[in-house]
Design a protein around this ligand. Structure first.
Ligand SMILES: [Zn+2]
Length: 415
């Protein structure tokens, strides 16, 4: 660690024979017990929830997005407000991602499914059908058009660092190039080399900005490992980034980014984590389903974020211990039980399926709030239970019991 201030990570217990572990990340705004699910607040809000509700449902930290906050309201506004936490009235730990994923994925039209739309085609330059190119990557950075008004902007490693320093989150990420599984092996190699060069530039700018603002809480910088589905690229990328961290003045942690599919998620996380020393916290960028969470944690992820629980909640899709249900379905019209019998959230404690069904049918705003509280609590609590199971040596039992129930019933529940 390169700060001597409030950032650090310590391992508490381990999953025997695996990379998985529990621990605590210390930040200037409090600790994060890991593994932890980080709630996504893209535009400095977890959509439809008051921060008090986010805290009550057990979320330990919030992750916002540099691209969105750069375009609106502008990082200078957030800085003037006292940083991301003050601006949004969230007193706990905060993360920002670098904006690279949004700049490039919105730019090529794949949106959030960048790594998922694989149809076997590979090319150096891939773009979604029917989309105009809105982002162009070169060795110095990325030029892109705003998805809000079409205006032209440029991100570089230095610009991303300046924006993230203005936003002031406790944990920030190096600016990286996001590729897709459709890019060729040759392109992936060049991209990893470019991401390394950018990481070095991020680190230099991060050090300069940190030195310039000695009175501020230290912001921890995480490198991002790319390399798609190639073991040699992932391992070498990790080693090369770690070489800069090893002298005590480098990165504070690692993000695992880029092209991950369900089938290779655990393997890729394991390759990266096997290369990393204990003291380096590892963040997995963007995963979704309960089985993916067990897999990621088992293979060494300490924190991860996912927009899915809140996004699907707003469409009436509800996580339950017996699989996902769609609460707008007619069969819930007179169902006066809670969303999930097994849930301890505010929604399940005070409202019925019939009422939430009614709110969605009537297009009432409270529908989004009640459904989001429940889905976020569902995921936070699941990860809390996984953490306890590692501490207590019951990880495999929990996984078999939880996933057996969740997926066995998913078909019957009518997703
Ligand atoms: Zn609930």
């Amino acid at each position: 660690m390169n700060n001597g201030s409030a950032f650090g990570f310590g391992v508490r217990s381990r999953l025997p024979g695996r990379q998985g572990r529990t621990g605590v990340i210390s930040t200037p705004h409090g600790p994060i017990r890991t593994p932890a699910f980080i709630a996504v607040g893209t535009k400095a809000t977890v959509k439809s929830l008051l921060p008090a509700s986010v805290a009550e449902l057990g979320a330990q930290a919030v992750l916002a997005n540099a691209y969105h906050l750069y375009l609106q309201p502008g990082p200078d506004v957030v800085e003037q407000a006292g940083g991301l936490g003050s601006f949004m009235n969230w007193p706990g730990p905060t993360f920002t991602d670098s904006g690279g994923f949004q700049v490039m994925s919105l730019g090529v039209g794949f949106k959030k499914v960048l790594a998922m739309n694989v149809d076997g085609r590979q090319a150096d330059d891939v773009i979604a059908p029917g989309k105009n190119r809105l982002a162009t990557v070169d060795d110095d950075g990325v030029t892109f058009k705003s998805h809000l008004d079409g205006s032209t902007h440029r991100f570089s490693p230095e610009i991303s660092m300046r924006i993230q320093h203005q936003l002031g989150a406790d944990i920030i990420f190096a600016f990286d190039e996001c590729t897709t599984l459709m890019n060729t092996r040759g392109y992936q190699e060049r991209s990893v080399a470019r991401t390394h060069a950018w990481a070095q530039r991020c680190l230099a700018e991060h050090r300069r900005l940190t030195a310039e603002r000695p009175g501020r809480p230290y912001q921890a910088l995480f490198a991002v490992v790319q390399g798609a589905q190639y073991e040699d690229l992932r391992r070498k990328a990790t080693q090369d980034l770690l070489a800069w961290a090893d002298n005590g003045t480098g990165f504070d942690g690692f993000g695992i980014g880029g092209a991950l599919e369900k089938e290779n998620l655990g393997t890729i996380v394991r390759w990266v984590c096997e290369e990393l020393p204990d003291a380096m916290p590892r963040h997995l960028l963007g995963i979704s389903e309960p089985d993916d969470m067990f897999t990621a944690i088992e293979n060494g992820a300490d924190t991860f974020d996912c927009v899915s629980p809140s996004r699907v909640a707003r469409n009436g899709s509800i996580y339950t211990s017996r699989g996902r249900i769609n609460i707008t379905n007619a069969r819930f019209k007179r169902d006066f039980g809670p969303l999930d019998d097994d849930c301890d959230c505010h929604t399940c404690g005070h409202y019925t399926r019939a009422y939430v069904h009614h709110l969605f049918r009537a297009k009432e705003m409270l529908s989004a709030t009640l459904a989001t509280i429940h889905n976020e609590r569902f995921v936070v609590r699941l990860v809390d239970r996984i953490r306890c199971s590692i501490d207590e040596g019951t990880f495999e039992e929990l996984r078999a019991q939880f996933l057996g129930r969740y997926y066995a019933a998913a078909g019957r529940a009518g997703v």
